[in-house]
Design a protein around this ligand. Structure first.
Ligand code: NOJ
Length: 616
């Protein structure tokens, strides 16, 4: 298992298995949130101009290499994104998060940044970025950047300077250690990193395989790298590092950027005593022993940094465009209590939107297990001091949800059910390009075709992440309308002739149209936009149902999803949500027989069928 999947699976510190009795525990209904005033509802129902735009937002992740190539070199770019803004506006996207587009040697496809205040020429120029920000604003779309906080590239001038001697001005900007004399009994992967009779100070592993320490002859010291050797970890104990990274954030916010997705943010700090990680059973995808991660992941010191970072983003105006600047966290955490810490608990002074990975990624082990989903959706609504949940089912590091959740028989309906959950729950929704089309993971079949380095070193156990990073499928023409290059950085998946934007736009039953409808409802129906959430029919093991309670003057909405492979009939008692009405008006359904269904009883849902209806 790769490091992020291990984290998602709860194999990290404090993690727990899925099979515990708690999984099946029924969760009490949740009281409705304080309803906003009618004026607030009206203001917020317009696309995203209030200070809390991020609470209602659909955020769309773009992997820039793979979205749209505008200059025919086979790699996507910023001008390509600008060309496709009309598509994103039509879909109903409020913000896009662009995976790193900064100058980079591209060892980890941009997650090895060599300059935080510029654009990689492969993706365009600063002027292209300014134009993208401006054009996006015309369409009410905000731009968020991927802020790679844990490490730089080894080609960043900060690291080059730091590595040059033990006495240079940046000597303490990275995590350096003398190591210890070579011990023949040390684990093989630790001994492999030994030099000049010295070996790394401890058993810490890189998430991408091998020891996390690399020797630099000029300093006769090791540096720590949580990820690739080419990604040295910054030393966040040094205030100068914090200042430089915060200055970089200001640089982009001054240009109109609306916020940041913080990469690998729980791993900013390491144990100052350099203690060995406890070893757990088994080996990871790279063949190294599994370690617990208590000395290198989620250390309490990180919260001080995040609180200060929040002050930096909060110093920008909250009104106008882009309004409040947001901090989104890549937070693979073992449980909801830990997630709450990342919001800042009751003080709510850390991240506005740490990602909930317990539902979208860890939940996949339970497939669409209704008690599991109900439990974690309830927890993230009720156990984070009223902070705003952020749901996500897809990203550039994990096999696409279509493949993780699909059963090979009901895949299309399962895709729709996931979209329904993502877009009708109270959470902010984070989606990944191509998710709206049902794009599938297309993993290379030969090691010589692999681009992601972990797929090369880990082959065949770990085939890397190329499969979920293939070019966006725009149309059925050659190269799916992604590029005119003839040879793309990753091949277009073979199903592009049937799974593509142009075809799905014309098909009222397509997944793309389903997404468009749900996003439009989420914006225009007050209960979906602003209502609270109360789970109903909570003993049902197969059908997930909840009421989005009504803000003043509006009607509640009920959502019911059959997440099983058998037909289910439900009768909804919504009294737990304070709703006594029994007349329904369908807003959207993928079950033709329910289009005109108007009562809360005899709701017949086929496998993975969904109903979203207003209560009259
Ligand atoms: C998490 C990113 O999502 C992943 O793609 C990257 O390889 C690691 N962080 C290291 O930056």
């Amino acid at each position: 298992m790769s490091w992020w999947m291990r984290a998602a699976a709860g194999v990290v510190a404090g993690g727990f298995g899925l099979a515990g009795a708690g999984l099946m525990a029924q969760v009490a209904a949740v009281p409705p949130a304080t309803p906003p005033t009618a004026a607030e509802v009206q203001a917020a129902a317009k696309p995203t101009h209030d200070a809390t735009w991020w609470k209602h937002a659909v955020v769309y992740e773009i992997y820039p290499r793979s979205f749209q190539d505008s200059n025919g070199d086979g790699v996507g770019d910023l001008n390509g994104i600008t060309q496709r803004l009309d598509y994103l506006q039509k879909l109903g996207v409020d913000a896009i998060w662009i995976a790193p587009m900064f100058p980079s040697p591209q060892v980890d496809f941009g997650y090895d940044v060599s300059d935080y205040e510029a654009v990689d020429p492969q993706y365009g120029s600063l002027a292209d970025m300014d134009r993208l920000i401006k054009e996006a604003q015309k369409r009410n779309i905000r731009i968020c950047l991927d802020w790679v906080v844990n490490h730089t590239s080894d080609k960043h001038k900060w690291f080059e300077e730091s590595a040059s001697s033990r006495t240079n001005p940046k000597a303490d900007w990275f995590v350096w250690n003398d190591g210890k004399p070579l011990d023949p009994n040390a684990p093989e992967y630790v001994k492999k990193a030994a030099h000049d009779g010295m070996m790394p100070p401890n058993n810490w592993e890189s998430g991408f395989g091998g020891s996390a320490w690399e020797w630099v002859p000029a300093r006769k010291q090791f540096y720590y790298h949580k990820f690739y050797i080419q990604q040295p970890d910054l030393n966040w104990r040094n205030p100068a590092v914090e200042k430089a990274m915060f200055d970089g954030m200001r640089f982009w916010m001054d240009r109109g950027v609306a916020g940041f997705r913080l990469d690998a943010v729980p791993t900013l700090f390491e144990d100052p005593q350099n203690r060995d990680e406890p070893v757990e059973a088994g080996t990871n995808q790279q063949g190294d022993p599994n370690l617990k991660g208590i000395y290198t992941d989620n250390l309490p010191e990180v919260h001080g940094v995040i609180r200060r970072m929040r002050q930096v983003v909060d110093s920008y105006p909250k009104t106008g465009f882009p309004g409040s600047r947001v901090l989104i966290g890549e937070t693979y955490l073992p449980n909801t209590a830990e997630l709450d810490q990342w919001y800042g608990g009751a003080s709510q002074n850390e991240l506005q939107l740490p990602m909930d990975m317990l539902i979208g990624f860890r939940g996949n082990q339970a497939k669409l297990n209704v008690p599991y989903l109900r439990r974690y959706l309830t927890e993230v609504e009720t156990e984070v001091h009223g902070s705003q949940p952020l749901l996500v089912f897809d990203n550039h590091d994990n096999v696409r949800s279509h493949d993780r959740y699909g059963d090979g028989v009901h895949d299309a309906a399962i895709d729709r059910a996931i979209a329904t959950m993502l877009l009708t729950s109270k959470a902010t929704a984070l989606m990944y390009y191509g998710e709206e089309l049902g794009m599938v993971t297309t993993t290379p079949t030969r090691v010589e075709d692999v681009k992601d380095p972990i797929g090369i070193t880990g082959w065949p156990k770990e085939k890397g992440r190329d499969g979920e990073r293939t070019p966006m499928q725009w149309n059925a023409s050659t190269d799916a309308g992604f590029s005119t290059a003839g040879k793309m950085w990753l091949p277009v998946p073979p199903d592009y002739t049937t799974v593509n934007v142009a075809g799905e736009e014309k098909d009222p039953a397509s997944l793309l149209k389903w997404y468009e409808k749900l996003i439009a409802l989420r914006r225009s129906v007050p209960a979906l936009h602003d209502g609270g959430v109360v789970f109903v029919d909570t003993a049902n093991p197969d059908v997930l149902s909840y009421v989005r309670t009504a803000p003043t003057g509006a009607k509640p909405v009920v959502v019911s999803m059959n997440l099983s492979a058998q037909p289910q009939t439900v009768k909804l008692d919504m009294s737990a949500a304070g709703v006594s009405g029994t007349k329904l008006r369908t807003l959207v359904t993928d079950v033709p027989a329910l289009e005109k269904h108007d009562t809360t009883s005899d709701i017949e849902l086929p496998p993975y069928g969904s109903l979203v209806a207003e209560v009259q």
